[in-house]
Design a protein around this ligand. Structure first.
Ligand SMILES: O=c1ccn([C@@H]2O[C@H](COP(=O)(O)O)[C@@H](O)[C@H]2O)c(=O)[nH]1
Length: 271
């Protein structure tokens, strides 16, 4: 998907909501456990209930890898279901990969070519040659970890490197790489106060912002400091939406939560 198509969809749906599909079989409604593929059954119901107000889905790959081969099958069915039924929706493989160049190229093939995701999250710490193989793919997007939502972000990312915080070096340096227009960045909603500064460095890039809902980040602050003239944000919520109810009404409850977030987002979108 092109960035322009993503922007058009945001304006059409008046939403920049990304729903996280982080499926834990200990948390899904008990009646689904009788299904042949409970993870896919859960995702399908969540997707159908939320697609109208959602512009991106983000399965975190850990939640599929944890179930071995059945988990990978559920992931493939999920991405195929989205691509076949909701091709206008942007898909993110939250895999946080990063390795030497020839290995990175295989990760890129796995997520972009084989699975057919629009984007993948990548850790920047092995540097240019570990990221550029992802950037070679046209109309595919590499979402680099910049300033993450967890408390451990302060262990390294905000530390000084030659007079500048490491996360700022990541933003500045990556922007000089080949095909850097295919880059987006992860910035945690719990770090909203950094967004003004981040926007000075990457004014035009899309930011994937996890950390509202269960992690306590503020949507209002993210919008106030992080929005650019193309909106430029994909705000993710997983647990706050997909586990809104543990009963048979789980999909309806997820839709209600997604609608609440979309309504809050709409207020920030000016035509
Ligand atoms: O900095 C980061 C990077 C990624 N994540 C991921 O986003 C979701 C958040 O889920 P919630 O349930 O809405 O908290 C999850 O997949 C994380 O691994 C993040 O939280 N922070």
């Amino acid at each position: 998907m092109t960035t322009q198509e993503l922007i058009a969809q945001i304006h059409k749906k008046k939403s920049f909501l990304c729903v996280g599909l982080d499926v834990d079989t200990d948390k899904i409604p008990a009646h689904l456990l009788k299904e042949e593929d409970p993870v896919f059954a859960f995702n399908k119901a969540i997707i159908d209930a939320t697609a109208e107000v959602t512009v991106a889905y983000k399965p975190n790959i850990a939640f599929y890898e944890a179930y071995g081969i059945p988990g990978w099958k559920a992931l493939r069915k999920t991405i195929d279901y989205i691509n076949e039924n909701y091709p206008e929706i942007f898909t993110i493989a939250d895999a946080k990969r990063g390795d030497i160049g020839n290995t990175a190229a295989m990760y890129a093939r796995a997520f972009f070519e084989d699975l057919g995701f629009d984007s993948v999250t990548v850790a920047p710490y092995m540097g240019r040659d570990s990221v550029e193989p992802f950037l070679d793919f046209e109309n595919k997007h590499t979402i680099l970890l910049a300033l993450t939502s967890n408390p451990g972000a302060f262990d390294f990312q905000t530390r000084d490197l030659d007079g500048k915080a490491l996360y700022k070096r990541v933003l500045e340096t990556s922007a000089t790489w080949k095909n850097s227009s295919n880059l987006m960045y992860v910035v945690g909603a719990t770090k909203a106060e950094y967004l003004r500064e981040i926007r000075r460095i990457v004014p035009d890039s899309f930011l994937l912002v996890p950390g509202i809902g269960a992690q306590g980040g503020s949507l209002e602050e993210v919008c106030r400091y992080g929005m650019n003239e193309n909106i430029g944000l994909l705000v993710n919520s997983a647990r706050g939406i997909i586990y809104a109810s543990g009963g048979t009404d789980f999909a309806e409850a997820a839709r209600t939560e997604a609608l609440k977030l979309q309504a809050a987002m709409t207020a920030f979108i000016t035509e």
